[in-house]
Design a protein around this ligand. Structure first.
Ligand code: CDV
Length: 312
């Protein structure tokens, strides 16, 4: 499509991927959405975090069992090769999340960027791992990302892609302002992310409307404060009995949502013709980093991790 500063962008929200679903069935759903995205004019389709499987960190099991059932030892591999073949055939890029087992025995929650020739051109490994590493049987479900994954070791890189600069993050990363700023400082105009967010927190009480609100609040703030586009793809509906929030969205650099998934159960593709020129005004004025940022006052952000203790 279009000019150098535009991109047809699709976000593919997934309905549940249940533990009992076949790999082949899930792949077919991804292929169908990739074709729909292309049919609607997309040059890039963004899929969720851990898109090939259920969100398995909600289950306690040995690492060896998790690796055998849920991790990918190579990317691509025969199970997922048809997605790469279809992307090449259609001439469309995609972003997708999966559990990565490296040849030297490391485990990451990973996302890749694949171009229209089906070449992997970027890789990101999740930095902010939520949850816990120990088994908590009193919880309604587990969130064991700290058990199954290591903290990502690639940082928040950016890539020149389709005449713009893009970056990636995964799920919980979207709640941390540092995520977007590190990529914004590199000139990223689009951040892609996949997520698996349950409607109910597993460890403390929140009002039922808050998970949706916090999701949108985070991606809209990240987009606005860095004058960038954000494309967020999640899962929706009851996955293995746990409800996922959905709400996949494309957010413009002014923080406004320009496309949002409406469904509450099924796979759904949303689309927007993104114009990267919309980054320019805010980058020249309100969020002109070079002019207005005051790094001499930001030292604590990298010097300190936790919050200072409150003085009684
Ligand atoms: N997959 C995630 O990172 N999920 C978290 C949960 C713990 C709320 C999220 O931030 O959405």
């Amino acid at each position: 499509m279009t000019s150098a500063r535009k991109m047809g962008l699709a976000v593919a929200q997934m309905g549940p991927v249940n533990s009992t679903d076949s790999r082949a069935g899930t792949l077919k759903r991804l292929l169908d959405m990739l074709r729909e995205a292309k049919g609607r004019g997309a040059e890039l389709a963004v899929f969720p975090e851990l898109a090939f499987t259920t969100f398995f960190p909600r289950y306690w099991m040995d690492q060896s069992e998790a690796v055998a059932r849920y991790f990918e030892a190579a990317m691509p591999n025969p199970d997922v090769q048809p997605l790469f073949d279809e992307a090449r055939k259609l001439g469309i890029g995609f972003h997708i999340g999966y559990a990565e087992a490296t040849p030297d025995g490391h485990f990451f929650n990973t996302a890749i960027l694949v171009d229209k020739h089906a070449h992997i051109v970027g890789k990101y490994r999740k930095v902010h791992l939520p949850g816990h590493a120990d088994h908590r049987p009193s919880y309604p479900f587990q969130h064991l990302e700290k058990k199954y994954f290591e903290v990502g070791d690639l940082g928040f890189k950016t890539w020149d892609f389709l005449n713009t600069r893009v970056g990636m993050c995964i799920c919980n990363d979207r709640r941390w302002p540092e995520t977007y700023r590190v990529m914004g400082l590199q000139g990223a105009e689009l951040v892609m992310l996949g997520y698996n967010t349950p409607s109910r927190n597993n460890s403390y009480h929140e009002a039922p409307h808050l998970p949706d609100f916090h999701h949108l609040l985070s991606i809209q703030a990240g987009a606005y404060q860095n004058a960038m586009w954000v494309a967020a793809a999640g899962k929706v509906g009851y996955e293995d009995g746990i409800h996922m929030i959905g709400g996949s969205a494309i957010v413009a650099p002014d923080g406004e949502i320009v496309a949002k998934a409406a469904g509450d159960t099924d796979d759904e593709v949303i689309f927007f013709n993104v114009d990267f020129a919309r980054c320019d005004g805010p980058r020249e004025y309100m969020f002109n980093f070079a002019k207005h940022r005051r790094t001499e006052h930001y030292g604590l952000i990298v010097e300190q991790t936790g919050m200072a203790e409150r003085i009684a």
